[in-house]
Ligand binder design. Structure first.
Ligand SMILES: *[C@@H]1O[C@H](CO)[C@@H](O)[C@H](O)[C@H]1NC(C)=O
Ligand SMILES: *[C@@H]1O[C@H](CO)[C@@H](O)[C@H](O)[C@H]1NC(C)=O
Length: 434
């Protein structure tokens, strides 16, 4: 009798836990990189543009705040936009909740927006209780001052170095590397930092819980989760972990060879743990409830330059020579927004590229234009998620009983609706498969 009673209570408690998250399996987490407001001309993304996506998002993550290297407090990285008289996005963005009462608005810290030269502070902060307390108090203050519903820690841990591929890909490898962030830095205190971060999350959540504020994690590309994240100990103190399982290849890390940047599964001969499914499995196998694991979907494409050395088939892996030319909106070599890619898919487009779909639903789409031997004009190779592959990732999340999807970010989806007439086609496509 007593046992039955206990079992009933347990069932009730578990149920209660589940009902606390109304979006346990259909989270659509939308990041907005607010620096996109400072792009020029039609590349500028305004609050009015962002608001057009919010009917599809359950969470809006405002990016990005940073960390003060001396005081270890969370600070605005862009006071003109965040707190300045003209914009004051810290104040305005949480006010989207007036029109979208169910929307949760979180402030993200890190996200690779903090200058690379200073990223060591993300490790030093975890080392002492004093530094952690300063950070925690500053976060609690920021959230209540600006009415955010929570904080997202997109912690700038050291990233793994570029791996030399083996077997099938060896002959393409030219060994060219560029120094990034921590550069050649080797973290000799990995365990200390891992434990420090776990404690930071625990103590931060202790402060946030009574205030009913959320705490989420964003795992940045190339951060080795098994080194820095004690999933099992983190799980009770977080609402979700957003896995940015993309940028597996980038024109900076892999200048001489392009490949799929955000596959769901490993393809033949590739590095086995560089895909969505491998990241997801790490968190699930280490005790994270499925409903807290969220799959990141990039709305931006990575591009490489094709030259006379590149295979004309377009099939990856393909020989390349660094980043492809910049696009008119994002104005960044090696990157195109989804809107910029799809503008080049139509028959009549200037700089038309040929799309190659992925019927296997495993690896993602690509598009390319080969080097032109007659005019000697370089070509371009583009790895990207389109509406089909974004939908596939959402279907994957659903099939595995995960928490949903995270769109990185609104500013590189087609916010103007030039692809198909509908604004934010990738957000929509993914949302409708959940
Ligand atoms: C945010 O957008 C700006 C402007 O396009 C870009 O320079 C920056 O790299 C983006 N930041 C992140 C973290 O994606
Ligand atoms: C991540 O770290 C683990 C050890 O903690 C190691 O076995 C694994 O190879 C690393 N993964 C990568 C991609 O470097």
């Amino acid at each position: 009798m007593k046992l039955i009673y206990l079992a009933l209570i347990a069932a009730f408690v578990i149920n209660l836990g589940a009902t606390l998250d109304p979006h346990e399996h259909n989270k659509v987490v939308c990041y907005w990189n607010s620096t996109s407001y400072q792009r020029s001309g039609p590349g500028q993304v305004k609050l009015e543009d962002v608001s057009q996506a919010l009917g599809f998002c359950t969470h809006l993550i405002y990016g990005f705040a940073g960390v003060d290297p001396v005081s270890f407090e969370a600070i605005s990285l862009n006071p003109t936009l965040d707190t300045g008289a003209g914009h004051a996005f810290f104040r305005l963005v949480p006010q989207f909740k007036r029109n979208y009462p169910d929307l949760k608005v979180l402030l993200s810290i890190g996200g690779n927006a903090d200058p690379y030269e200073e990223t060591h502070k993300y490790l030093v902060l975890t080392e002492t209780p004093e530094a952690r307390t300063k950070f925690i108090n500053s976060v609690v203050r920021l959230l209540s001052e600006y009415d955010f519903d929570g904080v997202d820690l997109a912690w700038q841990f050291p990233t793994v170095k570029v791996k030399k591929d083996s077997g099938a890909l060896k002959k393409f490898w030219h060994g060219v590397k560029k120094v990034f962030g921590y550069g050649k830095f080797k973290d000799e205190k990995e365990e200390e930092h891992r434990t420090g971060f776990t404690n930071l999350v625990r103590d931060l959540k202790t402060q946030l819980r009574p205030k009913n504020k959320a705490l989420t994690l964003t795992i940045l590309p190339h951060v080795n989760a098994s080194v820095y994240y004690e999933a099992r100990l983190l799980a009770p103190n977080i609402e979700a972990v957003h896995l940015l399982a993309f940028d597996q290849n980038t024109p900076e890390r892999n200048a001489k060879e392009a490949d799929y940047t955000a596959p769901i599964y490993e393809s033949y001969g590739r590095v086995p743990d560089d895909n969505v499914d491998a990241s997801v499995r790490y968190w699930l196998e280490h005790g994270t409830p499925g409903g807290k694991v969220v799959v990141g979907i990039p709305t931006f494409a990575r591009t490489w330059k094709l030259t006379s050395d590149s295979q004309i088939s377009g099939v990856p892996p393909i020989v390349t020579d660094g980043p492809g030319l910049q696009g008119p909106l994002t104005e960044t070599p090696g990157i195109l927004s989804y809107g910029e890619v799809c503008a080049r898919l139509t028959e009549s487009a200037v700089g038309r590229v040929r799309p190659v779909k992925d019927p296997s639903k495993k690896y993602g789409s690509y598009a390319y234009q080969s080097y032109n031997p007659d005019t000697q004009v370089d070509g371009i190779w583009i790895s990207y998620d389109d509406t089909d592959t974004a939908g596939n990732k959402a279907s994957y999340a659903k099939a595995k009983g995960l928490g949903g999807i995270a769109i990185w970010d609104l500013s590189t989806d087609d916010y103007r609706g030039t692809c198909s007439g509908e604004k934010f086609p990738l957000v929509r496509a993914a949302k409708f498969k959940l």
